[in-house]
Design a binder for this molecule. Structure first.
Ligand code: CMC
Length: 433
């Protein structure tokens, strides 16, 4: 006998079905609530709303668990790679060696950009924000590959493997070309014999007479950064991707909307905001102690960036992993005394023992350390959020696919509680006050 929840509304009892997920998460299904009662639910910020069922990522924010397709993030971080996790997130299983080789071949094939696209990238003003360029460039993939972006899910799914590889591979080349063009540097061409991360670093930092060869620690730190960002269930940008995809929009249009959602400082923009915060604390000669006091207002510029999370009410497991790898990368780069790192450590120490942060369960999130890693690798601050987008691309693709393959797909269309003026008559201009 399926379980139901009983809701008493206007003296009537309504039975609402209960759904239980594979990890025991419970939900009340309100699909028929409005048609049966005229009521809708209200959940500002969607913090209590399940927008879909999903097989991709499981998070238990109270105890700090993150799993892709059932695999704990700690095991993947130790044993896997970004490309393998991208496959896992998208296709649901770890690849066999043949599947992995085929996937890598597709990524290699699609690493270079169409010459028209390189000219498109060159046409942006030098001072453009790389996230603005990225979203335009990713959307333009639909123009360069119209046969993969027909806005007919059935057709687009037939070509899904190619479209997915294009998005994952080209987002890296677009980012590196953006970096180079906004500095007036010549483009580098991808090398088919390099791995995903090594190729990215080559595309970014090689010079005509000086090939950039990263240390193994730096390539691993980048690999780990991307792997840890590969998916994070129904966050702001992923929900945006799904919402756009629910209208039947193609993969490229949907993920470029995700890029825009990611840009904000409360989401992917936080890694850049952390460094800006650390720099401003440093410029004021503070070691972090004064800032922590100000951050207790929780408002505006004083907010402690890189702390707190809508879902994690414990240490973000990604933050623990990235912090550990950070020191290895610093050592390999010969960075011994970084004043910003010292301030970050002081902030962390103060916040973790301060009642304001402890009582609100505000712990470091992945962005608290990821900006420091990017900075150590030499990636400029305005590219940090773009790096998050490169990492998140497999998740967006996998989540778009869940929407596109759903035979019962409905366009996402939330309701609202209207709080504006009630009906009134048009006022001619001479009578307006
Ligand atoms: N510094 C100081 N106070 C904070 C912070 C913070 N970083 N985050 C939350 N608070 C306070 C907030 O003022 C509120 O206090 P009160 O109850 O007295 O009004 C309480 O904690 C609850 O905050 P909230 O804003 O209702 O929480 P939320 O779930 O809506 O926000 C968040 C989550 C991540 C937007 C927020 O914690 C934040 O702005 N953090 C800084 C930005 C950041 O690091 N974002 C990256 C998130 S991880 C990457 C990703 O997955 O996108």
């Amino acid at each position: 006998m399926p379980k139901t929840a009983l809701l008493k509304l206007d003296e009537k009892e309504i039975a609402l079905p209960i759904i239980v997920g594979s990890e025991g998460e419970k939900a009340v299904d309100i699909a028929k609530l409005r048609s049966d009662t005229g009521y809708i639910t209200y959940d500002d910020g969607f913090g209590n709303t399940g927008s879909c069922t999903s097989n991709i990522t499981f998070i238990d924010g109270d105890i700090g668990i993150l799993r892709y397709r059932g695999y704990p993030i700690e095991q993947l971080a130790e044993k896997s790679s970004f490309v393998e996790c991208a496959y896992l997130v998208i296709y649901g299983e770890l690849p066999t060696s043949e599947q992995r080789a085929k996937f890598s071949r597709l990524l290699t094939k699609h690493a270079p950009l169409h010459e028209g696209m390189t000219r498109f990238l060159s046409s942006f003003p030098r001072e453009s924000h790389p996230m603005a360029i990225l979203s335009a460039a990713v959307n333009s993939l639909g123009a360069y590959y119209p046969h993969l972006a027909t806005n007919n899910h059935l057709h687009d799914l037939e070509h899904f493997d190619e479209a997915a590889a294009i998005a994952i591979s080209k987002v890296r080349t677009i980012t590196a070309h953006t970096y180079r063009v906004t500095r007036g540097l010549p483009f580098n061409y991808p090398r088919p014999n390099y791995g995903y991360c090594e190729n990215f670093l080559h595309l970014m930092f090689s010079e005509p007479y000086n090939e950039y060869i990263p240390t193994q620690e730096v390539a691993s730190a980048l690999n780990l950064f991307l792997l840890l960002h590969a998916d994070h269930e129904q966050n702001c940008s992923t929900s945006t991707v799904k919402m756009v995809g629910s209208s039947g929009a193609n993969l490229f249009a949907s993920v470029s909307a995700g890029v825009n959602a990611l840009w904000g400082p409360l989401h992917g923009g936080a890694n850049m905001a952390v460094i800006e915060m650390l720099k401003s604390i440093h410029a004021e000669g503070d070691d972090g102690t004064k800032f922590i006091e100000a951050a207790k207002s929780g408002k505006g510029e004083a907010r402690l960036m890189g702390f707190g999370h809508r879902v994690y009410k414990n240490y973000d497991p990604r933050a623990k992993i990235i912090k550990a790898s950070f020191y290895k990368a610093l050592a390999s780069l010969g960075i011994k005394n970084d004043p910003l790192l010292n301030i970050a450590m002081k902030l962390e120490e103060c916040a973790l023992s301060d009642d304001y942060f402890v009582s609100r369960k505000l712990y470091p999130n992945v962005d608290f350390y990821s900006g420091l890693i990017m900075r150590a690798i030499g990636i400029p601050e305005n590219i940090f959020t773009v790096m998050f987008a490169i990492g998140r691309m497999p998740g967006w693709i996998a989540q778009w696919r869940e929407v596109a393959v759903n035979p019962k797909l409905k366009i996402y269309r939330p309701r609202q509680i209207y709080t504006g003026k009630t009906v009134r008559d048009y006022v001619p201009v001479e009578q307006r006050q």
